[in-house]
Write a protein that binds this ligand. Structure first.
Ligand code: UFG
Length: 339
């Protein structure tokens, strides 16, 4: 397959590019580089021994997407990971989040369908599940659009759009992949997560404490109703997540479908910090802080549907993720800017 990877210079996109190429497919990256780096795309080329074309532009503009098809198409599939993703920022800039996160979908679908793509993969989130009584979340668990932030709402809104578009394009395969918490890095240490500024998410924050650029990990609450009182998440190694995209494309069926991509095993904040201490051999200073607004005690999925229908399952552990994340962070203490 020849695949247009919108947002392919980002954290998940770069790993997905590697997985696609290693599985024998061709990838072309479309990215505006607003929160990603051209260095990542070069490094995907280094890992895979290829040159990956990079089209720099906004995937929300039909003309930009059309030019990518003119210059690098035809494409069999579009993988859509082009979105703003900072939860806190999304509550301050809802219009920017809705315009970008929906606008990219509209333009990619309009042009992609006109140009005859067969499959469309969408990057969604496990935060669309809204009822903790449903844990572990299956694809039929209750979802809501009434979520705590514009980022998560934009993901659920996209799914509604995709389902309707699939209905009127019955030959097209449209798949929403609901990611749980992506962590880790490519084992080469060449690509990994490179958030701008102070990381919002736990794993990159912990990695920066380990490398010495941040002082201590703040634990957002230790009084949750969980075994050790800290929040539990379903951390999925980004290399497993990338393999999930390849599996979804290779097993794509006409119509709209949804898959959870996670491990099914919850890990607490304290367990993740302990795993990172083992991986890095460093002691990580920490302090307990108040709960963060909008957080839930626990979220994790039942990944059985992806296993049965996509023949995919996560195989890497939290220790693997911490080892690879530490390898990436210690080789690139300032992320891609270290290059
Ligand atoms: N946490 C801390 N300290 C930190 C950061 C996080 O204790 O410095 C805790 C959180 O309270 C939570 C856990 O670590 O219990 C995980 O938090 P993350 O911010 O890493 O991840 P979230 O589950 O909040 O975020 C996930 C995805 C995001 C997505 C978000 C949507 O990782 O990409 O859901 O709400 F945007």
């Amino acid at each position: 397959m020849r695949v247009l990877l919108a947002g392919g210079a980002g954290y998940i996109g770069a790993h997905t590019a590697v997985a696609l190429i290693e599985a024998g497919h061709e990838a072309v990256v479309l990215d505006d580089l607003s929160n990603s780096s051209a260095v990542a795309v070069e490094r995907v080329g280094r890992i895979t021994g290829t040159t990956v074309p990079l089209v720099i532009g906004d995937a929300a503009e039909d003309a930009v997407v059309a030019a990518a098809f003119d210059d690098h198409g035809p494409f069999d599939a579009i993988v859509h990971l082009a979105a703003f993703k900072a939860v806190g920022e999304s509550t301050q800039k809802p219009l920017e989040y809705y315009a970008n996160n929906l606008g990219t979908t509209y333009a990619l679908l309009r042009v992609g369908i006109a140009r005859g793509i067969r499959s469309f993969l969408f990057s969604s989130t496990g935060t669309v599940y809204s009822d903790p009584a449903d844990l572990p979340f299956t694809e039929t668990s209750t979802t809501s659009i009434d979520l705590s932030n514009a980022y998560s709402k934009s993901k659920r809104m996209n799914e509604v759009v995709l389902e309707d578009v699939a209905r009127v394009n019955p030959a097209l395969s449209v798949t929403s992949l609901r990611y749980f918490n992506p962590v880790g890095a490519h084992p080469s240490g060449l690509i990994g997560e490179d958030p701008t500024g102070i990381p919002n998410n736990l794993m990159p924050y912990v990695a920066r404490v380990a490398v010495g650029s941040l002082e201590r990990v703040g634990i957002f609450g230790d009084d949750y109703d969980t075994p050790d009182g800290t929040g539990q998440r379903d951390y999925i190694h980004v290399v497993d997540l990338a393999a999930g995209h390849v599996a979804a494309l290779e097993n794509a069926q006409p119509g709209y479908d949804v898959f959870n991509l996670g491990t099914g095993s919850p890990v607490s904040v304290l367990e993740l910090i302990a795993a990172f201490e083992r991986a890095s051999g460093r002691e990580l200073p920490r302090e307990v802080l108040p709960r963060r607004a909008g957080d839930v005690a626990a979220t994790y999925c039942d990944p059985a549907k992806a296993q049965a229908e996509l023949h995919w399952q996560a195989t890497r552990t939290i220790d693997d993720a911490c080892r690879d994340s530490w390898n990436w962070q210690s080789q690139n203490p300032a992320g891609y800017a270290s290059a």
